[in-house]
Design a protein around this ligand. Structure first.
Ligand SMILES: [Zn+2]
Length: 500
């Protein structure tokens, strides 16, 4: 495949106005699927969570998952949408091997939620209002694995495997209206928008929201038009981008690719495109016209969803704080610098730090533990930091032991090792293993005297202001106390002795 010609990004923006539109699919974490009682569980043996309904055997009758509807209403309300008093499901007809029914049960002209908006902050600090056209419920398709090719795509593969465990898993698709005016920040805005949706569904606890597993994935529409013109340019739709960084890169790439074609007098083909993380480029998928005819028709086997006013109000009562407002509140309360806070957000440590702080730790110590030692261990073990097995209460206790001077940093790291090995809570470990720093001055003074016996000149040196001489004695005392002494206290006692 010939390499795409790209226009320099700044030059592209000088010539064209960027218009984007985003479709985000959120996979819900309901216990069961959208229209049947099969387990909704990631990673189970292929084709074990299937039944006549989710593979569409003749005569099977679907029923709507109430929890999925509740999740859709909650997300709709969180995004400021109106909730439809009645909404029908529709059949979207198309043939694909991962869709055993030959149609996808979705919503067409009667989405459950519509006309919302979301304020999205980009890294520069600018806030954009993204208008939401609709959020509708549908089911996911199965998963195809193409075997034998080099790319994992169907081209060049020897055969394909299909796993229907994911077929029928509840999805919510959120569609924005065209987004104008983001200019050079369109790629950042696209990523920030998806992050906001991810934060919302996490806060609502309606999805595992793990992008690397495809729980949240984005189709990014991009089109360009010359500045000052009205008519929208032809758009492309880059499908199933599943990391924030990739969304940003894919949008940027499409801007540069389309600009190069348009500047030469060429025209954009309306099509879906694939994003290639390794090459950092998109490639042509299938042509897509606005008039794609899926022969939608109302699903005859399902009654319309008619959420009562009371139910909607009850769900409204349970909505969590807006994630953006929560971030602002926490940063102010913790007094983290912008950089510290951004690192914490990017590492997904907000929840862990918040819990550690409410368990009694100072915000800065909580931050240091989670983004320091614990992140280091998680990284070396290839694990998620929150999956290490240490609780926020244990981290808070560890921080408290250091704050109060009972143990020093070195001992704290040792204690953490024992906590991770399953020996229990830090305070109990410190007692059981006798790790407490010796704060009893008598023991320290005895150790200092012992060290001075072999280095009698040190006291004179300290009196003459040559403080580096103290190092040898402090080192000897720390060694004698097997690391359980507080070096700062040893130093104080030594100086006091010299000045007696
Ligand atoms: Zn099923």
């Amino acid at each position: 495949m010939a390499k795409d010609e790209l226009m320099n990004y700044e030059k592209a923006l000088e010539q064209f106005e960027v218009v984007i539109g985003l479709e985000v699919h959120v996979e819900l974490n309901t216990k069961t699927k959208m229209f049947c009682g099969c387990r909704n569980e990631f990673g189970d043996e292929p084709n074990t969570n299937v039944c006549p309904i989710c593979i569409g055997l003749p005569g099977s009758l679907p029923a709507v998952n109430k929890r999925a509807v509740e999740s859709a209403i909650a997300l709709g309300l969180a995004l400021g949408c109106e909730i439809a008093p009645t909404g029908r499901f529709a059949r979207k007809n198309y043939f694909y091997p991962d869709l055993a029914k030959n149609f996808q049960t979705s919503q067409y002209d009667e989405p459950i939620a519509f006309e919302g908006s979301l304020e999205v902050e980009v890294p520069s600090g600018k806030v954009f209002e993204v208008l939401i056209e609709r959020a509708h419920m549908e089911e996911d398709a199965g998963k195809l694995t193409h075997v034998g090719g080099s790319t994992g795509r169907i081209q060049g593969a020897e055969y394909s495997l299909v796993d229907y465990n994911r077929a029928g898993v509840p999805l919510i698709e959120i569609v924005t209206k065209p987004i104008f005016g983001a200019g050079a920040e369109a790629p950042e805005l696209a990523a920030a928008y998806v992050r906001s949706i991810r934060d919302f569904v996490k806060a609502l606890n309606i999805s595992d929201a793990r992008m690397e597993r495809g729980n949240v994935r984005c189709d990014a529409n991009v089109s360009l038009r010359p500045h000052g013109t009205e008519k929208l340019g032809t758009r492309t739709e880059t499908k199933n981008v599943n990391s924030l960084r990739s969304i940003e890169r894919a949008v940027r790439y499409e801007i540069q690719r389309q600009a190069a074609i348009l500047a030469k007098g060429g025209s954009i083909i309306q099509e879906t495109r694939h994003w290639h993380e390794d090459k950092g480029s998109t490639s042509s998928g299938r042509p897509k016209s606005d008039a794609d005819d899926y022969r939608y028709f109302p699903e005859p086997d399902l009654v319309p969803v008619q959420p009562s006013k009371d139910w909607i109000e009850a769900i409204c009562e349970t909505l969590p704080e807006n994630p953006a407002a929560r971030r602002k509140r926490l940063q102010a309360a913790w007094q983290f610098s912008d950089l510290e806070f951004r690192d914490v957000v990017n590492a997904d440590l907000l929840d862990a730090i918040e819990e550690t702080v409410s368990a009694g730790a100072k915000p800065q110590s909580a931050r240091k533990w989670w983004s320091g030692e614990l992140a280091r261990i998680a990284n070396s073990e290839g694990k998620d930091v929150t999956a290490l097995g240490v609780t926020t209460a244990q981290v808070a206790q560890l921080a408290e032991l250091v704050e109060s001077g009972k143990i020093n940093d070195r001992l704290a790291r040792e204690v953490l090792g024992y906590v991770l090995a399953g020996e229990g809570d830090p305070a109990a470990i410190v007692t059981a293993r006798g790790l407490e720093v010796v704060s009893d001055d008598t023991a320290l003074i005895a150790a200092i005297d012992a060290a001075l016996a072999s280095q009698p000149d040190v006291l004179d040196a300290i009196r003459e202001g040559r403080m580096q001489a103290a190092g040898a004695v402090i080192g000897a005392v720390m060694k004698a106390m097997a690391g359980s002494a507080d070096a700062a206290r040893v130093r104080e006692l030594l100086i006091a002795k010299a000045n007696q």
